[in-house]
Design a protein around this ligand. Structure first.
Ligand SMILES: Nc1ncnc2c1ncn2[C@@H]1O[C@H](COP(=O)(O)OP(=O)(O)OP(=O)(O)O)[C@@H](O)[C@H]1O
Ligand SMILES: [Mg+2]
Length: 341
């Protein structure tokens, strides 16, 4: 976002909306092998803040999003929603707590039951979560929820998903999630399946809705410019680990991790933000492909592609260290870059 919201200014007394510590998720892959999908990811989302999660396909973004929702719970690590620890809750308590955190998925059409009408799909959330939806004002609330996401109730409320466009289906998913009045919205590639023109509309809608409600959002995508534009802070993942966390404003110039700089270098110049292209990114290392999460490299997982790698990088895993307030990197060699106005 171009302006950081008032709710995330230093000295904000509100507790974080969502905190995850040391999440680990592994999947069995047959023949005794293990997919190390997420290996010790920690994050914090402040009240009213949007945290973007960025990284190449397969780096574990969706697995982090799902484990925040406890769908399923991580193999280890903790998740706190406001003051509530979600990990370790009994099933019924977890069900209730989950209603406070809603997820928007990549494919809106398959997220919606094809046999149900829009009006029922929008109300479905409240009835499933048992949050006490009042049947008397049901129609009014459904219509308001539809209008809030830019849909005309008279046109769409009796339609089924196949009679709507992908963008309209995503609006229905957003209406359904917002009707539950969540504290945190997790969006996993919410615009990747949509046309570019519709993408911008849905992003505007999410930005307006979260700002109006003071809602916190985790926004997952592999598109650098989308994540950079909608987020207050960006967390960059590589092969199941966090490699950098930094404010999105000025990210082009301040990103210090060689992987983040490689991602930013892939942006067309016009999208790189004020001040031009910044310093050139370091050239990519020898391996251009993401190594397998079945057998991640020792030490720093990025070292096989990193132009700065030394022997230390294969021997020692770099801790996530703060290089200036609000900016952390996991790299033995990268240093803070120059400040820009
Ligand atoms: N249920 C599963 N069983 C086995 N492996 C899985 C499962 N879910 C994810 N993985 C593996 O975990 C790793 C991380 O997957 P994940 O879907 O979280 O990545 P991603 O960053 O969201 O990728 P994309 O950008 O393509 O959506 C991948 O190697 C993936 O193949
Ligand atoms: Mg994904």
């Amino acid at each position: 976002m171009t302006t950081t919201r008032a709710t995330v200014t230093p000295g904000n007394a509100k507790p974080p909306a969502l905190t995850a510590e040391d999440l680990v998720v592994e999947f069995p892959a047959g023949r005794g092998r293990t997919v190390h999908a997420v290996s010790g990811v920690s994050l914090q989302v402040e009240a009213g803040e949007t945290l973007g999660i960025l990284g190449e396909s397969g780096c574990g973004k969706s697995t982090v999003g799902r484990s925040l929702m406890q769908l399923p719970s991580p193999d280890s690590g903790t998740v706190r929603l406001g003051g509530t620890a979600l990990t370790g809750l009994a099933p019924e308590e977890l069900r209730r707590a989950r209603a406070r955190m809603q997820i928007i998925m990549q494919d809106p059409v398959s997220a919606l039951n094809p046999r149900r009408k829009v009006k029922d799909l929008v109300w479905e959330g409240l009835s499933i979560w048992g949050s006490g939806g009042d049947a008397r004002d049901q129609d009014t609330r459904i219509d308001t929820a539809l209008r809030d996401v830019g849909l005309d109730p008279a046109t769409v409320r009796e339609r089924r998903p196949h009679e709507l466009s992908g963008g309209q289906c995503q609006r229905v998913c957003i209406a359904r999630a917002l009707l539950l009045d969540p504290e945190v919205l997790i969006c996993d590639e919410p615009v990747s399946s949509l046309d570019v023109s519709v993408q911008a509309q849905i992003l505007n809608l999410l930005e307006t809705a979260t700002r109006k409600r003071g809602l916190s959002m985790v926004f997952i995508a592999h598109d650098v410019s989308v994540v950079k534009n909608i987020s207050d802070r960006v967390l960059v993942m590589y092969l199941g680990k966090v490699c950098e966390v930094l404010p999105s404003d000025g990210m082009q110039h301040e990103a210090a991790h060689p992987y983040t700089r490689l991602l930013l270098a892939s942006l067309p110049e016009a999208q790189r933000g004020p001040g031009g292209a910044g310093d050139p990114a370091p050239p990519a290392g020898p391996a251009a492909e993401l190594p397998s999460p079945l057998n991640p490299p020792s030490g720093c997982r990025f070292r096989t592609r990193c132009p700065m790698a030394t022997g230390r990088c294969s021997d020692e895993e770099p801790p996530l260290r703060e290089i200036r307030p609000g900016h952390r990197i996991a790299c033995h060699h990268a240093e803070p870059r120059r400040n820009h106005p």
